[in-house]
Design a protein around this ligand. Structure first.
Ligand SMILES: Cc1cc2nc3c(=O)[nH]c(=O)nc-3n(C[C@H](O)[C@H](O)[C@H](O)COP(=O)(O)OP(=O)(O)OC[C@H]3O[C@@H](n4cnc5c(N)ncnc54)[C@H](O)[C@@H]3O)c2cc1C
Ligand code: SF4
Ligand code: SF4
Ligand code: SF4
Length: 453
């Protein structure tokens, strides 16, 4: 098994969660760069072949252990309450990735002494690191979204060894992994008071940073530091390169290369936990047409997944840290529809294929369009790992135009699958006992009609 992790998972599929480092009893795993991919490497002389790293590897679990049956509850969870809103402090709101709600909640938790410290990610130079923050004034510098592997689950050891309670901010794979570790460690269970989880489509391999600096600064330029995405919504990412500084607006950063999954770690293609279902509170961008058209200060969507999360949100609201209004689950789904359709249709196919279930009922049910939705991102991600393709991308700008055409084609495939997925989603929403509201129901149906045309 440990050989599997070293040769297959660590080598090419790693999503950068850091769980393997958290559990290794020999401290045998370190992060290294190989062929422009930053991934954990095992020091074989230290390794005792206990297999704990494989058992806890997010990529391995998503590929081989999670069910292949499509299921909205694995993408969305079973939310207790859903909201839209922003931090009441304008400074926090406009410095955040979306509406700054994450930082406003952390400020409330620290100021009210409900927790002693926060563990989150901080982009230092090129590689993100776990960061411990004890005073709310220092939360400001960690704001924004880091779209590269951060390995912060490795902080579990530090959390166990330190006294006091903390809030952990992380991606779905990181929080799911810590919840698994909690089942075995009472100390960890007691010390992490609250999980604030970010929604997650996927991260990006480090070679994408090199691509961005050569694309925006010049062919011979290389990246020195990268910021998180934050600032005036939808925000931007600043790259310091050997040729100077460049600021890339969010829609350009998430251009055809990440959207086609060329820069996505292969392991992310097997993950369907989009809305951080094991967190207490999950947070994302309010990608709703009205908001994106009108709002440049930033708005977040917020889910209370647990009673503890719900209590914290309501208290933070009462104490004036956040300005939130309740929305229906249907509106929340609307804000993430593209990702939900892509994951619901694509992930089960990819899991069935990697497990060689070629004759399974799962694969038999899908149309050619569904199969393409499942397979093309996987092929793209494999191609993105090839140095030759990256070389072509770096060298020939023209290929971006071709990629945009390819992306339009992919979008059409997703649109074709959308009405059918929406039908099933509406059933899921009813099952989840959403109180609902007629207007959002109508909007979702209108979207369905539009995609049929
Ligand atoms: C890789 C990634 C993919 C995402 N995909 C989606 C998506 O598809 N749809 C969507 O609506 N939203 C997505 N988000 C979430 C979104 O970008 C915002 O992070 C979220 O809305 C919270 O914004 P905020 O203004 O409340 O947070 P802020 O106040 O800006 O605080 C953000 C907090 O998150 C921490 N953080 C940032 N990046 C990471 C990271 N990589 N790992 C751990 N902690 C981190 C920061 O340290 C900070 O504490 C994604 C975020 C990431 C990092
Ligand atoms: S097999 Fe055990 S000792 Fe070896 S790297 Fe994995 S966790 Fe560490
Ligand atoms: S996916 Fe996570 S657990 Fe697996 S190798 Fe990468 S960092 Fe380690
Ligand atoms: S898509 Fe899933 S596996 Fe990939 S970084 Fe996000 S949560 Fe982790």
């Amino acid at each position: 098994m440990s050989e599997y992790l070293l040769e297959t998972c660590v080598g090419t599929k790693c999503v950068g969660c850091g769980s393997c480092m958290a559990v290794c009893p020999q401290d045998a795993i370190t992060v290294k760069t190989r062929s422009s991919l930053v991934q954990p490497t095992i020091d074989k002389s230290k390794c005792s072949r206990c297999d704990l790293c494989t058992e806890n590897c997010s990529a391995f679990r998503n590929m081989y252990l999670e069910p292949t049956k499509p299921d909205f509850s694995r993408i969305i969870g079973r939310p207790l309450q859903t909201y839209i809103g922003f931090a009441t402090s304008n400074l926090i709101r406009t410095n955040g990735a979306s509406g700054g709600v994450t930082t406003a909640l952390l400020t409330y938790l620290l100021d009210e002494e409900i927790i002693d410290y926060v563990v989150t990610a901080y982009q230092e130079k090129l590689v993100a690191q776990p960061l411990t923050i004890t005073e709310s004034k220092d939360l400001f510098k960690a704001q924004g979204s880091i779209y590269f592997p951060s390995f912060i689950t490795k902080a579990a050891r530090q959390i166990i060894s330190e006294k006091g309670k903390c809030a952990f901010v992380g991606l779905p794979c990181q929080i799911s992994s810590l919840r698994r570790l909690e089942a075995k460690s009472k100390k960890l269970r007691e010390r992490i008071h609250i999980y604030l989880g970010l929604f997650c489509s996927h991260t990006n391999e480090y070679w994408y940073l090199r691509y961005l600096s050569s694309r925006y600064s010049g062919v011979r330029c290389y990246p020195l530091t990268v910021s998180s995405r934050h600032g005036k919504w939808p925000g931007s990412t600043t790259l310091e390169t050997s040729c100077g500084s460049v600021t890339i607006p969010h829609p350009k950063f998430w251009g055809p290369i990440p959207l086609l999954h060329l820069s996505s770690p292969i392991g992310c293609l097997y993950c369907d936990n989009h809305m951080n279902i094991h967190s207490d509170i999950a947070l994302g961008d309010a990608w709703l047409p009205r908001k994106t058209a009108e709002d440049d200060a930033g708005t977040s969507t917020v889910i209370a997944h647990t009673e503890r999360g719900l209590t914290i949100i309501e208290d933070a609201k009462k104490k004036g840290h956040i300005n939130l209004k309740e929305i229906t689950l249907r509106t929340l789904i609307q804000s993430q529809l593209g990702n939900i359709v892509a994951k619901y249709n694509g992930v089960p196919i990819r899991r069935a294929i990697v497990r060689r279930q070629y004759r399974s009922k799962i694969l038999g049910k899908y149309t050619v369009n569904d199969m393409l939705i499942g397979l093309l991102p996987l092929i793209n991600s494999y191609l993105g790992q090839k140095g030759e393709l990256r070389h072509t991308l770096f060298k020939h700008r023209i290929s971006e135009k071709t990629l945009s055409l390819y992306q339009t084609l992919m979008q059409k495939m997703l649109l074709k699958a959308t009405p059918n997925t929406i039908k099933k989603l509406l059933r899921f929403v009813v099952e989840t006992k959403d109180v609902g509201n007629a207007n959002t129901d109508i909007r979702l149906r209108a979207q369905m009609k539009k995609t049929k045309r």
